[in-house]
Write a protein that binds this ligand. Structure first.
Ligand SMILES: [Zn+2]
Length: 64
């Protein structure tokens, strides 16, 4: 392993100790926001779809 600073995944500049693996707080915040943005949009869609399906099912199996 090298002792050299790794490069920031956001902008590619050398990352310093305090905000590693990012070069600065700005880049760290940016990465965090991207992460949250992805996390929100993924689980929402399938859950809503399942709810609609189970609702249809109940209506269809009513005649008895
Ligand atoms: Zn950066």
């Amino acid at each position: 392993m090298s002792r050299k600073a790794s490069s920031c995944p956001i902008c590619g500049q050398p990352a310093t100790g305090e905000t590693r693996p990012f070069c600065s707080k700005a880049c760290r915040d940016r990465d965090l926001l991207q992460w949250l943005g992805e996390g929100y949009s993924v689980p929402g869609t399938p859950a809503a779809d399942e709810m609609t399906k189970s609702d249809d099912y109940g209506v269809d199996s009513t005649p008895d």
